[in-house]
Design a protein around this ligand. Structure first.
Ligand SMILES: NC(=O)c1ccc[n+]([C@@H]2O[C@H](COP(=O)([O-])OP(=O)(O)OC[C@H]3O[C@@H](n4cnc5c(N)ncnc54)[C@H](OP(=O)(O)O)[C@@H]3O)[C@@H](O)[C@H]2O)c1
Length: 334
């Protein structure tokens, strides 16, 4: 990455201040949800729904009648029981997945297939902000894996297995939680794609933005490939804005009391931050749209680099090549 070009999301402090200033900016409101917007009989899997935004999202989806599958690495069965109790719905399942581990993602897909579950929607929400670099079981860098590659892999396997289904006139939707920090990096670092690198706390936030750039580029490329002959699966993305969640859990313990206060006062409660996610899942206005992106309640354009087909193609090929080196190939090419 170009070290000289620095932006609003390249340190924890700058990212926090940017988040706070975003909340005070006047936003257009393009999100309209009403109580009559329902998801009865719609099956939706949400990753990272044990905490924060994902947890608030499944609660609201369950209240609106959706059959939800919480794909989580922790909180089984307690979190699911809480959602059942608070939503009054029994249609809440939990499945274990550790998105840092390719074998575990494979296990989740096998589990869905074994139970003959078909999904109408997938919400890829899980992400981490680690304190330092860590290696995964497959020797990849953990934040790269959880925040980007796991989403590529999970979606490709779900498509390979035919797990997405259209329900009547409703097309499947894939919703990917990104971040406005995807605008921070000015260039792609293709030469080092997927290579493990050591980093410390000073680099984490910058890399977080970089992986959100990869993710948002993937959103564009996925939609382009799936929907070239008319919309088959909508691919939506969003930044929820600053959320009072557990995202900063790995910050040094010393800062926890301060972060608790700042997040509690300034950041949006997860239930409020979940409104655009739920809108992307439920809204009739979005029926048949191949792609869309929201920043909190406002429709926005994604960073222009992410829509460049050359970047999308390169990312797709690099991701496939990396997975091929790990012995993974796909039966359906998209
Ligand atoms: N918070 C913000 O201000 C903010 C701003 C912009 C975008 N976002 C995005 O919002 C999304 C949700 O984050 P959040 O703020 O709600 O954070 P959070 O409270 O930390 O929730 C993250 C979720 O991801 C799960 N997760 C992490 N690593 C995983 C793994 N290896 N396998 C499976 N699940 C894993 C966590 O599970 P465990 O509980 O088991 O660890 C947790 O359920 C993320 O995509 C984040 O980038 C957040």
């Amino acid at each position: 990455m170009n070290e000289k070009k620095r932006g609003s999301y390249d340190s924890p402090l700058k990212a926090t201040l940017k988040g706070i200033s975003d909340l005070f900016k006047k936003q257009k409101k393009d999100v309209h949800l009403s109580d009559s917007d329902r998801l009865d009989d719609v099956t939706i899997m949400v990753t990272g729904s044990s905490s924060g935004l994902g947890y608030a999202t499944v609660l609201e989806l369950a209240k609106r009648g959706a059959r939800v599958i919480m794909a989580v690495r922790s909180g089984i069965p307690d979190k699911g029981e809480e959602i059942r109790r608070m939503s009054g719905s029994d249609e809440v399942d939990m499945m274990h997945v550790d998105l840092s581990d390719i074998d575990s993602i494979k296990g989740l897909v096998r589990n869905l297939k074994g139970k003959k579950i078909k999904l109408n929607m997938l919400i890829c929400n899980a992400a981490i902000v680690p304190r330092i670099s860590r290696k995964t079981k497959q020797d990849l860098e953990e934040m790269f894996m959880v925040n980007y590659l796991a989403k590529f892999l999970l979606i490709r396997w779900l498509l390979d297995e035919g797990i997405f289904v259209a329900d009547g006139e409703n097309l499947p939707r894939i919703i990917i939680v990104s971040s406005e920090s995807h605008r921070n990096p000015k260039v792609y670092d293709w030469d080092n794609f997927g290579k493990y690198k050591e980093y410390g706390m000073n680099k984490t936030v910058e890399l977080y933005g970089y992986y959100k750039l990869l993710l948002t580029t993937f959103v564009n490329e996925l939609s382009r490939r799936l929907n070239k002959n008319g919309t088959k699966i909508s691919v939506f993305s969003l930044c929820p804005g600053p959320v009072n969640s557990n995202i900063a859990r790995e910050a040094p313990k010393l800062f926890h009391p301060l972060l608790k206060v700042v997040f509690g006062i300034f950041f949006n409660a997860p239930e409020k931050a979940a409104i655009p996610v739920v809108y992307l899942a439920v809204s009739d206005d979005l029926k048949g749209k191949p792609i869309d992106y929201f920043f909190m309640l406002e429709r926005k354009k994604m960073d222009v680099k992410t829509g460049d087909p050359g970047n999308g193609q390169r990312l797709w090929e690099l991701s496939e090549n990396l997975l091929e080196d790990l012995g993974i190939s796909f039966s359906k090419s998209i």
